[in-house]
Design a binder for this molecule. Structure first.
Ligand code: ABT
Ligand code: MG
Length: 139
């Protein structure tokens, strides 16, 4: 399996609840290398662009509202099989369905406020990483 990258956000709910340290610890323990990382807040325009694939869905307005209500931690992570392994580490989109020990099982409350994002493909990981970081911010 080739070493590759995924993109993550610790979402406003996780940051508000003080879970940054605990979640980064899980990410570190799972063997991901942090390539880029920052605390930042998305504007409405940012969130509408980032989640454009969902703009016809009934939850789109709430999703944009949620993702812009406070700071997030954005990061690019590197590991063998990064995209798939990170999705396994965070667990199902709905925390009620997430496996024991996953980040969403431990730290998320609902499908709408599910603590953490993980890219769903290598292609989207590259697009999402470039959305948040310049080349000079990746190490
Ligand atoms: P993300 O990592 O945030 O993309 O979540 P995931 O890929 O696991 O889930 P998808 B399907 O991409 O959902 C995107 C965001 O939309 C929210 N959502 C989803 C709802 O609020 N209600 C719903 O019924 C569904 C299906 C969850 C995701 N989160 N945010 N923020
Ligand atoms: Mg998704």
């Amino acid at each position: 399996m080739a070493t590759n990258r995924t993109f993550t956000m610790l979402k406003p709910d996780a940051v508000e609840k003080g879970h940054i340290g605990a979640i980064l610890e899980k990410i570190n323990a799972a063997g991901f290398r942090i390539v880029a990382m920052k605390l930042t807040q998305m504007t409405k325009a940012d969130a509408e662009e980032f989640y454009a694939v969902h703009n016809e869905r009934p939850f789109f307005g709430e999703l944009v509202e949620f993702m812009t209500r406070g700071p997030i931690v954005a990061a690019i992570l590197e590991k063998d099989n990064a995209v798939e392994d990170f999705r396994a580490l965070i667990g199902a989109t709905n925390p009620a369905e997430a496996a024991e020990g996953t980040i969403r099982k431990l730290y998320a409350d609902s499908v709408g406020e599910n603590a953490v994002h993980g890219s769903d493909s290598d292609e989207n990981a590259a697009i999402e990483g470039a959305f948040h970081f310049s080349g000079r911010e990746m190490f």
